[in-house]
Write a protein that binds this ligand. Structure first.
Ligand code: FAD
Ligand code: UDP
Length: 386
């Protein structure tokens, strides 16, 4: 078997590379994925209840980059969405991320931005450059709100104390003194209008030079496959046969429940909205239960459907055979990754991109950006060869 470029992984990073290399350079690309579908962790599908569900946890597309949004807009239109969530602590729902509404819930009366700022000035711990996930939160909101919303959630999610995790982990969550309830802060926040799977299908349909091979580990192909270049988007430690030892990952387990209109009628006092089970797209459970969050994606997709589905998300130990959902951002793991990164840099003819091959907690838009950047770098080299 022969191809110009072998692409390992049909997630965002692999498919963007395939589309660019085939359409801009006329190269034949063979995209191989172990799974039975394209899209990687961003895959979505309609379940038995007819509800469009994000199969590997909720995927809220957002970006500050016009270049990335313009690129993806070739393959999808968008459904603008304001992603809103709640946190459930001490037996009640709280506005989250922390903002003026949360503060009013804390003190039990109406307040003002000035009063909240004065509260934060008094509570926050003075740390000039936060070195870990505990410091990044206490330096913004102090101990009380940190303990209520962050410490327990982070321990559950990572099985590590926030002190052990990079500041970037909890630093992803904004803190605001106004009433902006959006979970995310990026300027562009929207879902692919017909879902992620359709977006990926459109990318593939627009790329005649791309061949997709599913349910296949690329290693099965290597003995008889000839390719001029490899784009690898799987776990970097696996590529190098764990030469320096395995990199730690965190896994997840999802449990889905679906409800019809009759069952949902009894939830109206809680959801506040006909056809829904809970009051927001996502409810976080920082301190109670083994799960971290319950997601009801229909709030965001605004699908017209009498049924709804909720997904309980349980953090899970990673072990071979499970999905390595999250790299674990600690200083020790960065050092181990750096050894693999050095090996990757010294491996000609292979590009390592995406969340797993760079062992970075990247969002979808960031891996799209990384793939576009890698394409720009490869273009002169592969164009010459073509
Ligand atoms: P992946 O999507 O992981 O694709 C890699 C592919 O490689 C996989 O399909 C895998 O099967 C395949 N593969 C691996 N090894 C092999 C092999 N040996 N042979 C063949 N195939 C192989 N991002 C956001 O922007 N917003 C969100 O709200 C968001 N929520 C998230 C929620 C969860 C629970 C998780 C886990 C991630 C979330 N992300 C979110 C991140 C997002 O999923 C990633 O940024 C993105 O999917 C990474 O794309 P990728 O192509 O790098 O990797
Ligand atoms: N986090 C938290 N409490 C919350 C939400 C998030 O402590 O209610 C922390 C937790 O460590 C989590 C990180 O912030 O892993 C990033 O949260 P995000 O919701 O962005 O996680 P993801 O969607 O990537 O799983």
């Amino acid at each position: 078997m022969e191809t110009d470029v072998l692409i390992v992984g049909a997630g965002f990073s692999g498919l963007v590379m395939a589309e660019r290399l085939s359409n801009a350079l006329g190269l034949r690309c063979l995209v191989v994925d172990k799974r039975a579908h394209v899209g990687g962790n961003a895959h979505d599908a309609y379940n038995d209840a007819g509800v469009l569900t994000h199969i590997y946890g909720p995927h809220y597309f957002r970006s500050n980059s016009a270049k990335i949004v313009d690129y993806l807009s070739r393959f999808t239109s968008w459904l603008p969405t304001s992603y809103e969530i709640r946190s459930f602590a001490e037996g009640r729902y709280w506005h989250f991320p922390i903002n003026l509404n949360t503060f009013e819930e804390l003190i039990g009366r109406p307040s003002s931005e000035d009063e909240f700022k004065a509260y934060l000035d008094q509570k926050r711990v003075n740390i000039a450059s936060p070195a870990n996930s505990e410091e990044v939160i206490i330096s913004q909101v102090g101990w009380e709100l940190y303990e209520k919303f962050f410490e327990g959630y982070t321990l559950k999610q990572w099985k590590k104390h926030p002190r052990e995790l990079d500041a970037s982990v909890c630093g992803r969550i904004p803190v605001r003194t106004n009433r902006d309830d959006r979970y995310l802060s990026e300027s562009f926040q929207a879902l692919p209008a017909a879902g992620y799977h359709r977006l990926f299908q459109n990318m593939i349909a627009a790329s005649p030079g791309v061949q997709i091979l599913l349910r296949t580990d690329y290693r099965e192909l290597l003995p008889e496959l000839k390719a001029r270049h490899i784009v690898y988007t799987g776990p970097i430690d696996e590529y190098f046969d764990f030469r320096f030892g395995p990199l730690p990952y965190r896994s997840l387990r999802f449990e889905t429940q679906s409800f019809d209109a009759d069952a949902l009628a009894t939830r109206l006092p809680i959801s506040g909205k006909k056809g829904f089970w809970q009051p927001a797209m996502q409810v976080n459970y920082p301190n109670d239960h083994a799960y971290t969050r319950i997601v009801e994606i229909k709030h965001a997709t605004r699908q017209s459907c009498d049924n709804t589905s909720i997904v309980y998300e349980y953090p899970d130990e990673y072990a071979p055979g499970k999905e390595p959902y999250y790299p674990v951002p600690t200083a020790e793991n960065s050092r181990l990754y750096a050894q693999y990164a050095a090996l990757a840099a010294a491996t000609p003819g292979v590009s390592f991109i995406g969340r797993l091959a760079t062992y970075r907690y990247y969002n979808m838009d960031q891996v799209v950006g990384m793939a576009l950047h890698e394409f720009d770098k490869l273009q002169p080299v592969l164009a010459r060869a073509a």
